[in-house]
Design a binder for this molecule. Structure first.
Ligand code: GDP
Length: 368
């Protein structure tokens, strides 16, 4: 007998006979999917595919039309951000377009952070960051789109604040919004006809509607392109390499002044003055090289794209030059290269962070 296969998008049982029924997949696509270890029904495949190729820019007319629709609806806004790339996750002017609608702020990729970081502290940090951006969420929640349990918590929280209204899921690309929506669909599997796709009226933009039991909808909006993200300075392969899929294991270096660390070829830390233990939090496979500061420029030019990867040879063409950011730290601090990782630096340090042009380097109170 044939083994039963389920769509990893919606959880429907895959079948190859009836085009009009749930779970239909052409035979050839099923074979390909089985080889790759990921089978989608035709409908989810198209959705996914469409989602991937149709992120919208913030100035797109259609997107602006969509925003006014959200503002005019009495709804809950579920704003998904990447805890690993908070600044890169910001939708400029979000408070303008959601109107008076309440925002539930969801910090995704929580699993990337070591267990030693108190979740209460991370939530507090998320609240402060939101406030700095002029966002006053009704609640903040940490989640991991990879964990079904956490998605269940998220759904319960949405239910709590939705109060019989629609809920719109918004976010920039790469924060994990598709992963999250797919998980919601998977969890909901078993109730009637799940995903329906339709257009936002007056636009060319598609949306995914997932019905709640009261007939209202969870509405997935297109991902928004934000230029200041690692996703826009790296090629696909390099982006995959630096994005932590698992919990980060910190590495510690005993450094003196006038020493330098390279994070692959994508970032650099110079210790101008100070000394002590520096803990680094980057994707576990990203190579960290230590050199003397006075040799660092030469080392970078000589080894970029070879010893210092990523970028790979292809990605090298796309990568903007590293830009210099100098900080004096009176207190122990985290220094973050948004979307790449961070270091914890002792008090009384003067440091330089180098990050690709467009990528923010920011200082925050240590999370540990
Ligand atoms: P979208 O562009 O917002 O739809 O983002 P995707 O769902 O395509 O995810 C972008 C990247 O983040 C992929 O490499 C995912 O595997 C990864 N990702 C998504 N959610 C999580 C999460 O909760 N934890 C971790 N570690 N990675 C995640």
């Amino acid at each position: 007998t044939e083994e039963e296969v389920y769509c990893i998008g919606c959880g429907a049982k895959i079948q190859t006979t009836d085009k009009d029924q749930l779970g239909y997949t052409p035979k050839s696509a099923l074979e390909k999917g089985l080889e790759k270890g990921e089978v989608y029904c035709q409908r989810c495949f198209r959705l996914r595919h469409y989602n991937e190729i149709a992120p919208v820019s913030l100035t797109d007319d259609d997107f602006l039309a969509l925003l006014s629709q959200i503002r005019d609806d009495d709804a809950l806004i579920v704003y998904v951000v990447d805890m690993f790339d908070f600044n890169g996750s910001m939708i400029p002017g979000i408070h303008r377009f959601v109107g008076d609608n309440p925002i539930l702020l969801v910090g995704n990729k929580e699993d990337v952070f070591p267990k030693s970081l108190k979740r209460s502290k991370m939530k507090e940090w998320l609240k402060q960051q939101a406030k700095l951006q002029g966002i006053r969420p009704i609640d903040v929640l940490l989640t991991s789109a990879k964990s079904l349990d956490e998605i269940e918590d998220l759904l319960n929280t949405i239910e709590k604040y939705r109060k019989h209204r629609n809920a719109y899921v918004v976010g920039v690309t790469n924060v994990g919004k598709s992963t999250l929506i797919n998980q919601i669909i998977r969890l909901n599997n078993g109730t009637k006809d799940l995903i329906t796709t339709s257009r936002f009226p007056g636009t060319t933009l598609d949306k995914i509607d997932i019905p709640f039991e009261d007939g209202k909808m969870l509405i997935d909006t297109p991902g928004i392109v934000h230029e200041d993200q690692m996703a826009h300075v790296l090629d696909g392969k390099d982006l995959k390499f630096v994005s932590p899929q698992k919990t980060i294991k910190p590495k510690t270096f005993q450094l003196d002044d006038q020493q330098t660390l390279f994070f692959g070829g994508l970032g650099r830390f110079d210790y101008l003055s100070g000394h002590g233990a520096i803990s680094t939090y980057f994707e576990n496979n990203l190579m960290i090289h230590r050199t003397k500061l006075d040799n660092a420029d030469h080392f970078y030019t000589k080894h970029l794209g070879e010893l210092l990867t990523p970028p790979n040879q292809e990605g090298l063409k796309k990568l903007p030059a590293l830009q210099r950011h100098e900080f004096h730290l009176d207190a122990k601090s985290d220094v973050v290269i948004e979307g790449l990782g961070w270091l914890t630096v002792p008090a009384h340090s003067t440091i330089v962070i180098w990050a690709p042009k467009g990528i923010a380097a920011v200082v925050r109170k240590p999370l540990v």
